[in-house]
Design a protein around this ligand. Structure first.
Ligand SMILES: [Zn+2]
Length: 233
């Protein structure tokens, strides 16, 4: 067995640990962030606010229309009741009734517009409510998948930790030190396998002597080009 064998195995483990830890961090972020949920809730709140607003306006205008109609009925009663005889007063009543009719017509137009707007706001509210429910359901099911994945990752990390400790006990501390230095310096890749007489990390061609050293059980050899520890199985 070559001297770099255990370092090569260690590197495989470390890479798995890094991947699992990265995914864990990603999931934790997904679980704590629920942007979509917050957004859907905001849509619903806005729709509810708009609905209340238009309903309030509609009520106001209904009251206003009702009051104007009562006023008009009173004026009509006065006009046709025969109690008012003075031509000037009768003329005033006619003018007032005409004005009230016009106002009531305008109010009714606005009322119609508001009724259409109210229906739209009801529809928007129902849609926002349905959207929130969909997002809630999706979030819950996604979370259950993610929670399951977290459990799997945790047990994987536990297993890798046990394997790593067992492996470390077989590695000379001096070798480990140069491994750690290379991991830090070479972007997480300290050991490069030899394949078809080449360093698989940088692609440079190796001499027969270098390849032999990479197989050696007593010597470590570094790639002359990229500096990584060479491993040949
Ligand atoms: Zn190399």
């Amino acid at each position: 067995m070559s001297l770099s064998f255990h370092l090569y195995q260690l590197q495989k483990l470390d890479s798995q640990v890094r991947q699992a830890a990265h995914r864990m961090a990603e999931i934790n972020l997904l679980l704590t962030q629920n942007e979509l949920l917050l957004q859907a809730q905001k849509y619903l709140d806005d729709a509810s606010e708009a609905q209340k607003n238009v309903r309030g306006k509609l009520r106001e205008i209904e009251i206003s229309a009702h009051n104007k109609r009562i006023k008009m009925e009173q004026s009509e009663a006065a006009l046709y009741g025969g109690m008012v005889k003075n031509p000037k007063e009768l003329q005033d009543l006619q003018t007032e009734i005409a004005s009230l009719k016009k106002t009531i017509g305008q109010i009714e137009d606005t009322q119609l517009e508001l009724m259409v707007a109210a229906e739209e706001s009801d529809q928007n509210f129902r849609e926002a409510e349905a959207h929130l429910n969909t997002v809630k359901t999706e979030h819950a099911s996604k979370n259950s998948n993610l929670t399951g994945e977290i459990k799997t990752l945790r047990s994987l990390l536990d297993r890798l930790d046990v394997e790593r400790k067992a492996l470390l006990s077989q590695i000379n501390p001096t070798l480990l030190e140069s491994y750690d230095q290379l991991i830090a310096a070479k972007n997480g890749l300290a050991v490069a396998a030899v394949d078809e007489d080449c360093c698989t990390a940088c692609g440079s061609t190796l001499t027969a002597a270098e390849i032999q050293s990479a197989r050696s059980a007593t010597r470590l050899v570094n790639c002359p080009t990229c500096g990584r520890i060479l491993y040949a199985g």
